[in-house]
Ligand binder design. Sequence first.
Ligand code: FES
Length: 169
Amino acid sequence: MSCEVKECQCCCGEENDQQKYDKIAEVIAKYKTREGSLIQILHLSQNIYGYLPLKLQRFIAERMEKPLSEVSGVVTFYSFFSTEPRGEHTIRVCLGTACYVRGGKKLVDRLEEILGIEVGETTEDRKFTFEVARCIGACGLAPAMMIDDVVYKQVNPDKLESILAKYKK
Ligand code: FES
């Protein structure tokens, strides 16, 4: 009995590159004729692939029959697109005015120490990507930060390690 390649998965259940590209091709076929769909296609592609390396940008450009420069221009313009692999969780420390004056920078310094990376980088184990934000809408309870979609308010730098521990499991 022969094995159907489509149904095969590696032991960790993760999709391989080809499967991801196939999914992205489906997304492009579905949305490419819609006006202004490039950003939506890039979003969905980033969700599927994890990030948008040049090779993938080229693939999207070819399938959408657009110049690579147009696709790359959009990817580099918006900060929510990444051309590097991202961590499983995204930490965003607010450095808006209210948070900055109430200790946001101390959170940044402490997180750099704990994570061993600088703002804009991803930890080697791909657990965390570390970024800063301008305001996350919690100014009254500054300093604030987000991990993925969860907002942490009045964050004490001494509590950061225990907050991160929840995400390391
Ligand atoms: S300035 Fe930090 S939440 Fe608004």
